[in-house]
Write a protein that binds this ligand. Structure first.
Ligand SMILES: C[S@@+](CC[C@H](N)C(=O)[O-])C[C@H]1O[C@@H](n2cnc3c(N)ncnc32)[C@H](O)[C@@H]1O
Length: 177
């Protein structure tokens, strides 16, 4: 009985925590699908050897496999939602991914000048905020890869249309700011 009560409290806490961060940020910690990850990884292959930053790294569904795929590249994730950040940090330590750094921090306040590539799966509103941040701060980022959401009025350099129900796009932008 004590175990069941403990389990119930844990489930309620997890659910409330996820609902809270989803309402606060306007974006759920929904991971990229496997085919979206494969498309993003294919685009990453064309971006050299510099640091990759995932803006909103969620449960780690992008950063963990990409850190394994590129052991000699630095991979960074920013995530504000507590449980996804804790889970991905636990996996990072379990797998001893030394090239992966996960910050529990708002990427809109982060210094992105170490990045060569930005990756994201967010929302149209947040894409606008990223666009404004890049225009204002000019951090010298070379590439931006976005799952599903484009940047308004910017011309993408490549698009991969996924073989899913919605023919979802993954965009690659070469940045010259
Ligand atoms: C749709 S998920 C994508 C997760 C991961 N990038 C992937 O592709 O699997 C977006 C994540 O961004 C996080 N997020 C949204 N706004 C954020 C912000 N300003 N700073 C940090 N994380 C944020 C959300 O909590 C959510 O977990």
């Amino acid at each position: 009985m004590v175990f069941e009560i403990f389990l119930l409290i844990a489930v309620v806490f997890i659910a409330l925590s996820i609902v809270y961060s989803t309402v606060r940020l306007g974006i759920p910690p929904m991971p990229s699908s496997t085919i979206a990850y494969q498309a993003m990884a294919k685009l990453i292959d064309e971006t050299g050897t510099g640091t990759i930053i995932d803006l909103g790294s969620g449960w780690g569904n992008f950063v963990i496999p990409i850190a394994k795929r590129y052991p000699h590249r630095q991979i960074v994730g920013y995530e504000l939602s507590l449980l996804p950040w804790m889970a991905s940090t636990l996996i990072k330590h379990t797998l001893r991914l030394k090239n992966l750094t996960l910050y529990r921090q708002d990427f809109l306040n982060a210094n992105l000048s170490t990045a060569s590539v930005l990756v994201c799966y967010l929302s149209p509103d947040v894409m606008d905020k990223i666009k404004n941040k890049l225009l204002l701060e000019k951090p010298g980022v070379e590439f931006l890869i976005s799952n599903n959401f484009s940047i308004s009025s910017w011309k993408f350099d490549k698009i991969i249309q996924l073989n899913d129900f919605f023919r979802s796009p993954v965009f690659l932008y070469k940045l010259d700011l």
